[in-house]
Design a protein around this ligand. Structure first.
Ligand code: GLU
Length: 459
């Protein structure tokens, strides 16, 4: 069997958003373990693309771990391949399969309007296809601007099996002779895109379903040029939580945004691998493991919905897999050197993001008072002032903080009430690391300060 060759072909007109990242991931997973995964930068639309975004997309792919599978020497940039497209456009015209179209934009708009008024689909009438050769030559010789149109073969039907959407049948006549190169000579995007897929030996194109209408055109062109036609699979959109498509223009959910929010690449990859695809694996998996359970045949046909709770689930699992030593490097400076390992062990069950370590560092080592939440406030009221007098008295007598619960219990305040009140005073909340650990980590002067602050809240 021929190895699978897939590709990801971003247009660098913005940051990599989750929909595109998923397309890249599915394309890689479809190619692993034996195939090739190519990257092509579709940067011909000079008004919209920017090298800044090309770099950002490459950086995001690297960060997600996909970059390791890309042959960086073999990245094609379409802006450097114009001569190749022009060569293929020339071949098409030499084969008599394309012709210049002199119709002005106004004429074409008028023609479309008339068709619409008659309830017909707006496709080109083929007027310039019927011009006498002598006239064509003369008009070209005069330098009259002309786009180039593909001569769509009449009566043919384009049939292909979309790997996601199943069999597709498109009568070629419904397409009308379509433009392959603008009057400027610039090839149409879908022309260059199809040529590159064929020349790179791509066997499977996975891409967003917005490109489905291009597919019959691309198949006709590749057949006409006797170039190999890949298989296609069109992925349903990824919709945001509000139900509208995630898109760069809306600035929604880019990989960069998620990175800034503290999500781990492994969490994003595991989330995306299951976004709109059924995968027989509920555990956190690396790219190779995911490839082992991924199948193009298990990509769903309905739109996928971004679900932050699911992403958080994978974040939890990805974080749980991080070794303590790695997490130590995430800690802010205020965690003292000798306490860093113990701090990570105590706090990590309460952490989802790096910034959560900073939060707990501020609670445990910070001079500023903690904010007492409603439930915490009630826990303080439940024990009242004597509780804090006993605790503060014990600390003043140099009782080690770890012995505070025992002292308080001996004074008749025990059980849940004791631990809730102590936790509320020390952290402002009723949830967090084990009290035993907190009392060891927190410097005694901070503990005293927190207890005094709690007394202030009670007054
Ligand atoms: N450059 C196109 C895009 O970013 C992709 C086209 C394709 O995958 O065929 O939407």
């Amino acid at each position: 069997m021929k190895p699978i060759v897939t590709r990801f072909a971003p247009s660098p007109s913005g940051f990599l958003h989750l929909g595109n990242a998923r397309t890249a991931l599915f394309s890689l997973l479809a190619a692993l373990p034996d195939g090739r995964f190519l990257l092509r930068i579709e940067d011909t639309d000079r008004a919209r693309v920017s090298p800044v975004f090309t770099d950002a997309v490459l950086a995001d792919l690297d960060w997600l771990g996909l970059g390791a599978y890309i042959d960086h020497q073999a990245i094609w940039r379409q802006s450097a391949r114009e001569a190749i497209y022009r060569g293929q456009l020339d071949r098409l015209s030499q084969l008599g399969l394309s012709y210049p179209c002199f119709c002005s934009p106004a004429e074409l708009a008028h023609e479309r309007e008339q068709l619409r008024a008659r309830g017909l689909p707006p496709r080109y009438s083929g007027r310039c296809a019927r011009l006498p050769e002598s006239e064509v030559k003369a008009r070209l010789a005069r330098g009259e601007p002309a786009a180039w149109r593909f001569r769509v073969p009449g009566g043919e039907t384009v049939c292909f099996v979309d790997r996601v959407r199943g069999p597709q049948t498109v009568p070629a006549d419904t397409l009308g002779d379509f433009v392959v190169a603008r009057a400027s000579g610039e090839p149409m995007f879908f022309f260059a895109n199809a040529i590159d897929d064929a020349l790179a030996g791509v066997t499977l194109v996975l891409r967003g379903e917005d490109h489905l209408p291009n597919t019959p055109r691309q198949i006709l062109l590749l057949n006409a040029l006797k170039l190999p036609v890949p298989e296609y699979g069109h992925l349903p959109l990824v919709l945001g939580e509000s139900g509208v498509p995630l898109s760069k223009r809306e600035g929604a959910a880019s990989v960069a945004e998620l990175r800034e929010q503290g999500f781990l690449p492994l969490a994003i990859v595991n989330y995306l691998a299951r976004l709109g695809a059924a995968i027989a694996c509920e555990d956190l998996a690396d790219l190779k493991e995911l490839a082992g359970v991924f199948s193009v045949d298990h990509i769903g046909r309905s739109p996928a919905h971004f679900d932050r709770q699911q992403l958080l689930h994978w974040q939890r699992l990805a974080l749980a897999r991080m070794p303590d030593e790695t997490l130590v490097a995430w800690l802010p400076a205020e965690v003292p050197a000798q306490a860093r390992a113990a701090f990570v062990r105590a706090v990590r069950p309460n952490v989802l993001f790096a910034r959560d370590f900073a939060y707990w560092a501020a609670v445990i080592y910070g001079a500023a008072p903690v904010t007492i939440g409603t439930a915490a406030g009630e826990a303080l009221q439940a024990v009242g002032r004597p509780f804090f007098d006993i605790a503060l008295g014990a600390l003043a007598d140099r009782t080690p903080p770890g012995e505070l619960p025992g002292r308080l219990k001996a004074a008749g305040i025990g059980g849940k009430r004791l631990f809730h009140a102590l936790r509320a005073a020390l952290t402002g909340s009723l949830e967090g690391p084990e009290m035993r650990d907190l009392l060891v980590l927190m410097p005694p002067d901070i503990i005293s300060r927190r207890l005094m602050d709690a007394v202030g809240v009670l007054c």
